[in-house]
Design a binder for this molecule. Structure first.
Ligand SMILES: Cc1ncc(COP(=O)(O)O)c(C=O)c1O
Length: 463
C-alpha cells in the first residue's frame, strides 16, 4: 500500500515532493513542475537528448565516495565497478581516492583509462577467463581474489612471481552469513583452510588477506558482524595451525539504499564504528593483530545518483482495474534483476498537476509480465501520453544490466553537474545493433533509432 492510499489527504501534495534519501543530492523542483538534477532541467534534457536516458548526478557519486572514505579511512574503500561503469564515472571515483574492484578484462581496461593505477585495482570474479587473468597480470593489479581451489592451481601456474592473492571465504553456516554465495571457500567444511595451505605451498603466490560478500541490499548490521566474527576466528586458527598472518580483511559491499520514502537507510558512520569495534574485540580475544578493514560497495556509491527519464507512450487499465502507464523503455533498461525489489520512486516531470493521485503501475513497452518499472506508485490521474516521468534510484545495476530485447538500443548515460550536461555513453542506435547481424544486407532499409542523433550532445554543453 502506498502513502497516498494510507493518507488520502496527503495526495495532492505528494506529487511534488522529493524524498532526500531517494533522489540525487542536487535534485530540485523547478518552475512549472520541471525537475532539475545537477542544475540541468530534465524537460530540456529530454528534448535535446531523447528518452529513455540515464541521468547521473556526479555530485551525488562524489558525496557518497567522500562519506565512505570518512567512515573507513583513506585507502580502505574500493568501488565495485560492476554497479555502474563508464570511463567518466570511474574518473570521478578515482579522483575521490577510492580503489576499484574489477570483474573482467573490460572493467580493468576502463579503470586504467580512467586513471586507476594497477596498484589501485583488485580483480575478482567466480569464473575468470584467460583474458581477465592476462589483463590483470599485464596491468600489475594489487591483488587477485581466488574463489575456488582450482583457481589457486591456475594462478600458481600462470601468474607472475609474487602475485598477491586475497582468498574469498564463505563464513557460514547460518542465515545471512554467506552460504547463499555460489563461490568462495567455505570455512565450515575445511575448504578455506585447504586453500590457505595450498597458497602457502606456492612460492610464486603471496596470500595477503581474506575477502567476502554478504549479498545485496542488506541493512542488518548483525549479518555483517556475524560474518566478521567467524572470519576473525578463522584468521586466528590459520595463525595457530599454519603460522599464516593475514593482515587485510575485505568485508565486501551489499549496503542497502532507500528506493522509496520510508525505506530504511544505512547509517554508514555507525556501521563503520560497529564493524571496527567487533573486529578489534574479536582480534584481541584471539591475541592476533587487528587486520586492516576494507569495504567494496557498489550500489551504495552510485544508486541514488541515477535517474531514468522516460516518455509516457500509453495508459490503460489492467484486468484488475489497476491503472497502467506505459513508458518508452522498461525491462530493457530497468531490468527485473536489478536486485532492488523494483519499487522505484517515480515523479511527473515538466508540468504541475492538480489531479488526484492515483495508485499506478508504471510498465515498459515490452508487454511481458515482468516488464515493470515500478509496481505501485502514486501518480496524478491525468498522466497521459507525451508526459515525462523520472524514476529514482537507477544509478546501480541498470545501465550495466540493460539488454537489447526487442532489438531496442540501450539508453544514453548522461552526466549532470553545475548546469552542465555531458554524454558519458551515447545512445545505442538500431544501426549499432544491426551491424552485428552479418546476414543482414548492408542496404537494408535504415530505421532511425530515435529522433535524436546517436551522437547528440557529446561533450559538455549548457542545458
Ligand atoms: C566483491 C564484491 N563487492 C561488493 C559486492 C556487493 O555489491 P553491492 O554493494 O553493489 O551490493 C559484491 C556482490 O556481488 C561483491 O562480489
Amino acid at each position: 500500500m502506498t502513502l497516498g492510499q494510507l493518507l488520502p489527504s496527503l495526495r495532492p501534495s505528494l506529487s511534488t515532493q522529493l524524498s532526500a534519501d531517494v533522489w540525487p543530492v542536487t535534485a530540485r523542483r523547478g518552475e512549472d513542475g520541471d525537475l532539475l538534477v545537477g542544475g540541468v532541467g530534465l524537460t530540456a534534457l529530454a528534448a535535446s537528448h531523447g528518452t529513455p536516458s540515464y541521468v547521473v548526478d556526479s555530485a551525488d557519486v562524489r558525496l557518497r565516495c567522500r562519506e565512505y572514505v570518512t567512515a573507513f579511512g583513506p585507502g580502505n574503500v574500493a568501488y565495485t565497478a560492476k554497479a555502474l561503469l563508464s570511463c567518466g564515472v570511474a574518473r570521478w571515483v578515482a579522483e575521490e581516492g577510492l580503489s576499484l574492484y574489477a570483474g573482467s578484462a573490460g572493467e580493468l581496461r576502463v579503470a586504467r583509462a580512467a586513471g586507476f593505477s594497477g596498484e589501485q585495482i583488485v580483480l575478482y570474479g567466480s569464473a575468470k577467463t584467460p583474458e581477465d587473468l592476462t589483463a590483470a597480470y599485464t596491468g600489475g593489479v594489487a591483488a587477485i581474489v581466488a574463489e575456488s581451489l582450482g583457481e589457486i592451481t591456475r594462478l600458481a601456474a600462470t601468474a607472475p612471481r609474487g602475485q598477491r592473492v586475497l582468498l574469498r571465504v564463505i563464513a557460514g553456516p547460518g542465515p545471512g552469513v554467506g552460504l547463499d554465495s555460489r563461490f568462495g571457500l567455505r570455512i565450515d567444511t575445511g575448504e578455506a583452510e585447504t586453500a590457505v595451505a595450498r597458497i602457502a605451498a606456492q612460492s610464486g603466490l603471496t596470500l595477503v588477506g581474506l575477502d567476502c560478500s554478504v549479498g545485496h541490499q542488506e541493512n542488518r548490521f548483525g549479518v555483517y558482524e556475524e560474518e566478521l566474527r567467524r572470519i576473525v576466528d578463522f584468521l586466528a586458527a590459520m595463525r595457530d595451525r599454519h603460522g599464516t598472518e593475514l593482515t587485510r580483511l575485505n568485508l565486501g559491499g551489499g549496503h542497502a539504499v532507500a528506493y522509496a520514502g520510508g525505506d530504511l537507510g544505512f547509517a554508514l558512520a555507525a556501521f563503520a564504528n560497529r564493524m571496527r569495534g567487533v573486529l578489534r574485540l574479536r582480534a584481541e580475544q584471539h591475541r592476533i593483530p587487528v587486520p586492516r578493514l576494507t569495504v567494496s560497495p557498489g550500489r551504495a556509491l552510485v544508486s541514488r545518483a541515477g535517474v531514468t527519464l522516460y516518455r509516457v507512450l500509453s495508459t490503460a487499465h489492467g484486468p484488475d482495474g489497476r491503472r497502467l502507464v506505459a513508458v518508452d523503455g522498461g525491462m530493457t533498461d530497468c531490468p527485473p534483476a536489478a536486485l532492488c525489489g523494483g519499487h522505484h520512486s517515480v515523479a511527473l516531470v515538466g508540468r504541475t498537476s492538480r489531479a488526484q493521485l492515483q495508485p499506478t503501475t508504471v510498465v515498459g513497452r515490452h508487454n511481458e509480465v515482468d516488464d515493470v518499472v515500478s509496481p505501485s506508485v502514486d501518480l496524478p490521474a491525468d498522466v497521459h501520453p507525451g508526459d515525462l516521468l523520472a524514476v529514482a534510484g537507477t544509478g546501480a545495476y541498470h545501465h550495466c544490466r540493460a539488454s537489447n530485447y526487442h532489438l531496442v538500443g540501450r539508453p544514453a548515460l548522461l552526466s549532470v553537474q553545475d548546469g552542465q550536461l555531458a554524454t558519458l555513453v551515447r545512445r545505442e542506435s538500431i544501426a549499432d545493433l544491426l551491424a552485428r547481424d552479418l546476414d543482414l544486407p548492408p542496404d537494408a532499409d535504415a530505421v532511425p533509432a530515435t529522433a535524436v542523433p546517436a551522437t547528440a550532445g557529446r561533450g559538455m554543453a549548457r542545458a
